[in-house]
Design a protein around this ligand. Structure first.
Ligand SMILES: [Zn+2]
Length: 237
């Protein structure tokens, strides 16, 4: 049995660029999620979200750690595995001669990768039969993009973020440790969601009721989305 732990990271931007966030989740070697973290990026591109998520994940893993990193960003994975050697040779210019985007993030990740045993695995995003760890990271990054607040195990969040309903029910139907963990997280997080206080929106967004909210309006978690605190019934329909 491999003792390689499994982790996933994901970025989110509501618009590209737009209000953005990052998140990671670290599981054990069997894929059971153990801890997670998410944070805000203000207004940023989706690619910055993806790269920052990877950077933050690697920073939380001790040097020497053997880890499988699951990501849904072809750009971020290829940037740090395939394109990086050529960028270094070319003085951080693209093949077209332009400066490489997000160079500081890519260089930081390169240094972190050198001290860790990382295997990347691409997992498609937003699929009903998708990877359960990617679904958690996706939801946490999306929440951080909307709330612009940091969250995670180290900040006292006792439960795993709840993936979108379609994905949650799909993973419950699968067998294995991952589906059991996702099912448990779904049950406990529903309980805590009722008691969650509203927050003031940092950016405008759309409520599940179909209308939008403005920056400064109060918003609350409605299922797996955010919207007007009074629109909870619409979100469950
Ligand atoms: Zn609403």
């Amino acid at each position: 049995m491999s003792d390689r732990i499994i982790a996933a990271c994901d970025g989110a931007a509501k618009g590209n660029p737009g209000p953005a966030g990052w998140a990671w989740v670290v599981a054990d070697a069997q894929g059971r999620p153990e801890r997670w973290e998410a944070g805000p990026l203000g207004r940023a591109t989706n690619n910055v979200g993806e790269l920052t998520a990877l950077q933050r994940l690697l920073e939380t893993l001790a040097p020497g750690t053997a880890v499988e990193v699951r990501m849904d960003s072809q750009y971020a994975m290829k940037a740090v595995t395939q394109w990086l050697p050529a960028w270094k040779r070319n003085g951080w210019k693209t093949a077209a001669g332009k400066p490489v985007a997000n160079r500081e993030l890519v260089e930081r990740i390169d240094a972190l990768l050198a001290e860790r045993d990382v295997e990347f695995r691409y997992v498609p995003a937003h699929r009903e039969d998708g990877d359960h760890l990617n679904a958690i990271a996706d939801q946490a990054a999306s929440d951080a993009a909307v709330t612009q607040q940091a969250a995670g195990t180290a900040l006292g969040s006792a439960e795993m973020p709840v993936p979108a309903p379609a994905r949650a029910s799909a993973s419950r139907a699968k067998s294995g440790a991952g589906s059991a963990a996702t099912g448990a997280a779904t049950a406990t997080a529903k309980k805590s969601a009722r008691g969650r206080a509203s927050i003031k929106a940092k950016f405008p967004g759309s409520c599940p009721c179909g209308t939008s909210y403005a920056a400064g309006d109060m918003i609350a978690k409605l299922g797996n989305r955010w919207g007007h605190p009074g629109c909870g019934g619409a979100a469950q329909a």
